[in-house]
Design a protein around this ligand. Sequence first.
Ligand code: BG6
Length: 486
Amino acid sequence: HRNPVAKLLLFGATGDLAQRMLLPSLYGLHADGLLPEELTITGAARHEHDDKDYRKFAKKALDEFLPEDRKDEGAIGTFLDRIFYQPTDLSDPASFQPLADKIGDISGGLAIYLSTAPSLFESAIEGLHKVGLAGETVRVGLEKPLGYDLETSREINDAVAKAFPEDRTYRIDHYLGKETVQNILALRFGNSFFEPVWNAQGIDNVQITISETVGLEERAGYYETAGALRDMVANHMLQLLALIAMEPPARFEGTDVRDEKSKVFRSLRLIKPEEVPHVTVTGQYGEGAVKGKFVKSYSDELGQPSTTETFVAIKAHVDNWRWQGVPFYLRTGKRMATRRSEIAIQFKAVPHSMFAGRGGLLQPNMLIIRLQPEEYIQLLVMAKEPGLDREGVRLREVPLNLSMDAEFAGSRRRIAYERLLLDLIEGDQTLFVRRDEVEAQWTWIDAIREGWKANAMKPKSYASGSWGPSAAIALTERDGVTWQDD
Ligand code: BG6
């Protein structure tokens, strides 16, 4: 069912994402011989480059961001030969005809990758449509943020839908391109022994953490209007939650997988305004030390006081049969103690401990899916410590370990965008987000924001290098649950 295009058009071609991720990813696919032979890549952005300038620009990005062992001057040379450039101002309707002329014949298929500010989406789509760059042979990839809330995301989706039907629209959530994220599906649906306990009878709670050590970086303009809830929860974290919570799809294909995820989003319990202060915690980093290095507070970095949250923790519920009563705790933040993306699934305690009378203490089993920086799956189980136990049974929690890094040491770890760009070029929508998913996500997110507003909730300060405000710890401890930390 693969249907590759002959041309790729990259908007935002001089941006940070293009340099760090998109160009290195396309190069990676090229070097491995995975791109269609005839594929050309045209970059477009406001800069007044010509093809030659842009090739130089691309070369510099590859020099800087490719790992040393991937640099092959021959392959870089042939990669650059595929690349062209057209200066384009998306807000200027006159910009599009020269672009269409540059692209030329699109009968062999065109994939457009739109990595630009959401404020430019509408004029971009309209411009493309007018000059015939939106016909049946064209598909479009949209990078986040897809709006700001339900209303603005609908506006964008409506504008896109005027030119591109859903089956030619590819909404990107780069977490879905991560190998370990796809591995959640293999783990759940490629093994038989998880399923019988993968429900409210077997599972006590689910914890999803994405902690980062970086701060604002160069993105103050965007981040200040977004905040952690929109930047991380409205997309990546909810996608992880859906992969954990969804029913088994019949086929590993776009419609089946996305139908099941969508059902999960629609089952998320909307949080009522009066409950919001009890089940959500927001924070903003103050100064502190991250990995031994002093860093400034968010407002100092920004240069002005702000009420944007850089941390959020939420207790969520999926209201369906499978998950009744099981809390899903989510937390994410910048400038935290370590960089880590992880899902921890805590199973129910045994119904009765026969070791209690002999002093043996049990911990509930835990399945840990570490997505990054390391990739591993760990099952924490109870075992007996060696010994004669004359003073009581000594039990200890020990890990059953599957290190993906060690097990698949021979295979290269690809950038998430490699997979997604290839799927866009070849026309496989399975790992892209459908409109109904996005809208259900925003519906849930907007209710939280409304609650923050109604209760005049301001983010609590937390020290950089910590695990967030203490209220985030209280959020789970109140339920007798402890965050899985190192
Ligand atoms: C992006 C967010 O979508 O994901 C960033 O906008 C965040 O703020 C990034 O840093 C995290 O991605 P990863 O792949 O490094 O976990």
